[in-house]
Design a protein around this ligand. Structure first.
Ligand code: NDP
Ligand code: MG
Length: 382
């Protein structure tokens, strides 16, 4: 029996992970965490009977504790609680499905406790890829990608050598505004940005997909997961989201991974690697999906992708600023307080005002994250 914990079990990836677990033999969930959605967490407790759960919001943790009195489940609170779930002794794998760089400390705690990681929380690698990958190496733990593109690349690399890789081709749907001009984007509403053509995801990543920041974050995620430089990573728009990504080898061979757009497949692979299990999820029908098309990304209109390239090239704490600014700006966009075209503008301004720290420690990264939020807050107050 493989025991797992899920951080962010109430989110889009978290709930799909629980669906996957239900369909797999020999996997038991022993720890769950949420931010404040205790209604759903309570249902998950009754259904999956974990030993411990953590609720980030301390008030909500108290409420949950009273609600489930009498059940044999420990309810922990705050970041300390999430860290305890991340390090549960019997857990073999920790699924990191929280959103944002708040996932960094729990991920490092899990790695320190020698847990393998099924990583959905890409912001953690964007902000502190060097530190996370070194910690994983030092502790001998594996990081299995959940992000569909990275799972695809991971699958294409099986049985191959990194030395033989010419380039990684990360596919991108292009989001709801593919083909639009900078002028068109000025009129975009929050509702339109929240409507992704192919994937049903949490709000933050849906906006990231609309700005194409998501692909920028994924380029940085790929750099760290596969130890590959930007010159060997190519982003290709593929609106149908059937090819989840590809690897081109030095001999010109290209290996691609295909499937219906369904996160349950990469989640399952991360949990069962190297084995594969039968599942009931929709299978690819080539006669229905008989047109696969490709385009170059438009870096001028979708400046967030360009900014991510810049941040990756600058290295040091620049990706931390990119990511933290994006988190702050997207949260503000979701509150209706700024327009869609302002998103890259504020991120770029924060990056321009940042003095890069070339080889940051964890403390530097957490400090620069705060600096970024403070910088933007002060600009928004002005
Ligand atoms: P959701 O917003 O749907 O879920 C986020 C989860 O994290 C929820 O359980 C939420 O709890 C919890 N959470 C939010 N804020 C905090 C916090 N401050 N402290 C602790 N927990 C918190 O996000 P997604 O599932 O869409 O995305 C999760 C991660 O996976 C992201 O990094 C995303 O980029 C990545 N990813 C997602 C994909 C998808 O298809 N959704 C695809 C590929 C990657 P609560 O419900 O209580 O608020
Ligand atoms: Mg992805």
């Amino acid at each position: 029996m493989k025991k797992i914990c899920i951080l962010g079990s109430t989110g889009s990836i978290g709930t799909q992970t629980l669906e996957v677990v239900q369909n797999l033999p020999d996997i038991k969930v022993i720890g769950l965490s949420a931010h404040r959605n205790i209604d759903l967490l309570e249902k998950q407790i009754y259904q999956f009977k974990p030993e411990k759960v953590a609720v980030m919001d301390e008030q909500e943790a108290l409420r949950l504790r009273t609600r489930i009195q009498g059940l044999d489940v420990k309810v922990l609170a705050g970041m300390e609680g999430v860290l305890e779930i991340a390090q549960m002794e019997e857990a073999e794998i920790v699924v990191t499905a929280v959103v944002g760089m708040i996932g960094l400390r729990p991920t490092l705690a899990a790695i320190g406790a020698k847990k393998d990681i099924a990583l959905a929380n890409k912001e953690t690698l964007v902000t502190a890829g060097d530190i996370v990958m070194k910690a994983a190496k030092k502790n001998g733990v594996s990081i299995y990608p959940v992000d569909s593109e990275h799972s695809a690349i991971f699958q294409c690399l099986q049985g191959n050598q990194m030395n033989d890789v010419q380039q990684i081709i990360l596919t991108a749907s292009g989001g709801p505004f593919r083909g639009k001009s900078a002028e068109d984007l000025k009129m975009v509403t929050k509702e339109q940005a929240l409507c992704h053509p192919n994937w049903n995801m949490g709000a933050k990543i849906t906006i990231d997909s609309a700005t194409m920041m998501n692909k920028g974050l994924e380029v940085i995620e790929a750099k760290w997961l596969f130890n590959i430089d930007l010159e060997h990573i190519k982003v290709l728009i593929h609106p149908q989201s059937i090819i989840h990504s590809m690897v081109e080898f030095v001999d010109g061979s290209v290996i691609a991974q295909l499937g219906e757009p369904d996160m349950k497949v990469p989640i399952q692979y991360a949990l069962t690697y190297p084995k594969r299990f039968l599942n009931p999820y929709p299978k690819l029908d080539f006669m229905q999906r008989n047109t696969l098309t490709f385009e170059e990304p438009d870096l001028k209109t979708f400046r967030c992708l360009f900014l991510a390239y810049e941040a990756l090239q600058a290295g040091g704490t620049m990706p931390t600023v990119l990511n933290a600014a994006n988190e702050a700006v997207v949260a503000r966009f979701l509150k209706g307080k700024l327009s869609f075209t302002e998103i890259p503008k504020w991120i770029e301004e924060a990056m321009e005002h940042h003095e890069n720290i070339k080889h940051p420690s964890l403390e530097d990264i957490l400090y620069i994250e705060k600096w970024t939020y403070n910088y933007l807050e002060s600009r928004w107050k002005a």
